[in-house]
Each structure stands twice: as C-alpha cells, then as structure tokens.
Design a protein around this ligand. Sequence first.
Ligand SMILES: Nc1nc2c(ncn2[C@H]2C[C@H](O)[C@@H](COP(=O)(O)OP(=O)(O)OP(=O)(O)O)O2)c(=O)[nH]1
Length: 202
Amino acid sequence: MAIWRESKPLILASQSRVRQLLLANAGLSFETVPAAIDERTVQQSSGLTTAGEIAARLACEKARDVSLRSPGRYVIGADQTLECDGCLFNKPVGRAGAAAHLRALSGRTHLLHAGVSVVRDGKPLFENVSVARMTMRELSEDTIRVYLDAAGDAASSSVGAYQLESLGIHLFSLIEGDHFTILGLPLLPLLAFLRSQELLSL
Ligand SMILES: Nc1nc2c(ncn2[C@H]2C[C@H](O)[C@@H](COP(=O)(O)OP(=O)(O)OP(=O)(O)O)O2)c(=O)[nH]1
C-alpha cells in the first residue's frame, strides 16, 4: 500500500538534494518543482529580521509560488536560516566564503532555524519552524583547510558550510535538536500534519 494516499503525488518546491532524499526515504511519492522566487529579494522586501520568521516566510513563498502553478496539489516548501550571535548567515559562496563562515562559527553556538510550509492552491495550510543548537569546536586554520580540502564543493551547498551526516560531524562538540531540522526539513511536524489530514496511510 502506498504511504501517500492522494491520487496525485505531493510536490516538493525545492532543489535541495537532502530534502528530496528525506521525503523519498520516508516513502512519500512526490514530484520536485523548483520555486521561481529570489530568496534575498523576498527576505529584504518582507522587512522581517528574525531567523525564524525569515525561514517561515521563505518556506511559505516557495510553496505558494509552485502551488499557484499546480492547481489542486499539496506543495511543500522549506527554508533554513543560520543565526550566530545575532548575525544571519546565508549560503557561503565558494571555498573562501565557506572558510569565512567556519572562522565566524568556530568556538561558538549557532542556531539553525528550519521552516516548512504546506500550501494548496495558494492557501497556506501548515507551517512549522524548528530550531537546533549547534556548538562548533574551536577550529584552527589548519583544520579549516583540511576540512575544506576533504569536503570540496559540498561545503558551500549548505548554509553552515557543513553536512552533519558527512564530514561536518568533525566540526562539532555539541548538537542539540532534531536531526531532520539540522538537515533542513522538520520532517516530524510535517508528517504529523499530513497524517492529521488523512493523507498518509502510516
Ligand atoms: N546534506 C545536508 N544538507 C544540509 C545540512 N544543513 C543544511 N543543509 C542544506 C539543506 C538545504 O538544501 C540548504 C539550506 O539552504 P536553503 O534552505 O536555502 O535551501 P536550498 O537553496 O538548498 O534549496 P531550496 O531553496 O529548497 O530549493 O542546506 C546538513 O547537515 N546536511
């Protein structure tokens, strides 16, 4: 029996490989349709300033954008923001950007805010923002160099310049929060909502 009970598959409005993997591993049938929004423009024009509000708004706008082009379909949008000592970080640009992120996060605790939204026909049906606390150990310049040599381009594919389930684990002394939130998709609240709408057979 299929896990997803609707005749038409879910739509994930995300190009994020890890989000696609998490949904696939949960047994959900879905299509991937990237959102056609400029995240920085949406963030700036929203006037929002907190990491959680920004993650929620961007997740909703990504899902809304795709849902308006996909009548009748349930569309999931997600976004993750990183906040450290009041500063907001976006995805690093290239190796130099990733090194700068790691120097700024070294020896400090940062918060990852992961927002998820479900929208149908342009109407938001669900929203959740989950937070994880990540304490990075002190990183020497040598450690940053060795890590970036080993991580390669993957280091600039996520907001904190790390993939926790891969080499990123070497960077941390303490992790507090839900694994899926850290990877960028609060899966448990999302599945609880879909189940409440009788959209899942589990
Ligand atoms: N594999 C992995 N990916 C992570 C981790 N932490 C964050 N990420 C990824 C999830 C997202 O793809 C990305 C956060 O950036 P965004 O929320 O803007 O999403 P992205 O631009 O990748 O895709 P989207 O906007 O959804 O099309 O970082 C991690 O620990 N492991």
